[in-house]
Design a protein around this ligand. Sequence first.
Ligand code: ADP
Length: 138
Amino acid sequence: METTLILLKPDCVKKGHCGDVLQRFEEAGFRIRGCKMMRLDQQVLREHYAHIAAKPFFPEVEEFMQSSPVIAIALEADGAVDKVRTLLGPTDSKKAEKGTIRGDYGVDVMVNVVHASDSQENAAIELKRFFRGDELFD
Ligand code: ADP
């Protein structure tokens, strides 16, 4: 079993898609191990998005990710990391097929509903970034 980290982004929270998105994961067999709502400060965003921090679009991403609280969720399943990213579709919502979460609810490459860890190694790092040990349940 693998656990991965997702963030329901501000567009998902503000448009009221959290229930629908979470239902898709539950119906696909994921188990929720942790869930919390939080505002992301500049420090955590710079850490979380270190791989894009030098890109010209990063200030816009920072502003977007701070435009409302997000919901961090730890999801467990066999092959959770890849399974979540398949259900999401590609980063650019405009290129995502209908039936994927980004294809159905996303707007563009930035406003794309959900963040998900892209490897088991990053999942372990990101789970620690957003959850204390006692906030994850077996
Ligand atoms: P993913 O979130 O699919 O793993 P990345 O790690 O490449 O994708 O990018 C992190 C986030 O930065 C994306 O989810 C998206 O919100 C934003 N982003 C990525 N590329 C762009 C871009 N070209 N313009 C604006 N925002 C972007």
